[in-house]
Design a protein around this ligand. Sequence first.
Ligand code: LRH
Ligand code: MN
Ligand code: MN
Length: 431
Amino acid sequence: MADKQIDPALIADHNQNALADMLADYDALGAKLARQNVDIEQLTQKAVDFGVAIPSWGVGTGGTRFARFPGLGEPRNIYEKLADCAVIAQLSQATPTVSLHIPWDRPDDPAELRETAASWGLGIDAMNSNTFQDHDDMPLSFKYGSLSHTDEAVREQAIAHNIDCIEIGQKLGSKALTVWIGDGTNFPGQQSFTRSFERYLEAMKKVYAALPDDWRVFIEHKIYEPAFYSTVIQDWGSNYLAAKELGDKAQCLVDLGHHAPGVNIEMIVARLFQFGKLGGFHFNDSKYGDDDLDAGSINPYQLFLVFNELVDAELSNPSGFNPAYMLDQSHNVTDPIESLISSAVEVQRAYIQALLVDRAKLADYQDTNDVMMANRTLKSAYITDVSPILAMARHRAGGAIDPITTYRATGYRETVGKQRPARKGSGGGIV
Ligand code: LRH
Ligand code: MN
Ligand code: MN
């Protein structure tokens, strides 16, 4: 039995107040769905089974690369980050795991960290390596790149760091390494596109060789930033080529904020899955670039369309379907616990809405080129308010019917505010 961060009696109290309305809404939705031959109970079970990992760095309020605005009770170490993640998990019942970033979360005693996480009912998701900044304990600088650096000694330092992340991850029970590099150039002519990619591949082969049999490595692409002219792994094309070159354990990770505005991300998802290379996601939302805003806050239709492809993929090839779902967000204008709860719920919502798509009808409309009805089929799933299903799933799993209101009532933020004095700082770091 896991320890609880929030008193279950307080959650039960709040749920009691919200229960009658929730049940009425659930029954009404159940009746409506039954008329479409959809069993609401099956959807509720899918919502109960759904999980998305919390990024450890998301519970801080570091925020932008321009400045830090420390929030009340900001976690100061990985244990405090896990405590906040446990609150999110308990209230939302949708975030069973935490994704760690090294060196930010380097544990002194991995076995103890694993136990602490488990005591709160949390598992450890993918390990994220970091060669986009210099480390105090490393002699060489990543200023001009890491895995693709011109200097072999820097590349070896970056390889060793990635292998270190795998080794820490093994002790924590993780099964995946996510590699995002900031390597690239700011000026035309600064580097050779071809030779940089060759050096990257050669280095990644060494990281790949260190992967345990049951691990995967997720390669994350990003169009630009911190490099503004060219980036070594800039899009899904380079990502796919790298993953293909490395082998079956290498797959592509899609961070929703890492594409040019207007790019059809859902189509990238379909292509990667079709060719066995869809590894996972960093869910977030954005208006302009890698804004790292809450999932579903700017373009919820895009999130739904991504899940529409995922549900389609799962139905077409269930045995080949195993993408890792993570959030990746970090900003500084909301309480991060509230934002992460909200994102988890929005990702879960998109999944349930996508399950509502009448796929047999859609395929018919597609085959007969009935464009209007094909589009309406998607839209009718998207405009269905599945909130009662999400609320019921939380309730049944021991979470909160209304997680953000319940969170506010716990006074958790005020309590940790007293226990964790604020840290001042100037740089935010590039996330
Ligand atoms: C890069 C990124 C990547 C990093 C994280 C902190 O922009 O999305 O996933 O590991 O931010
Ligand atoms: Mn990311
Ligand atoms: Mn990013």
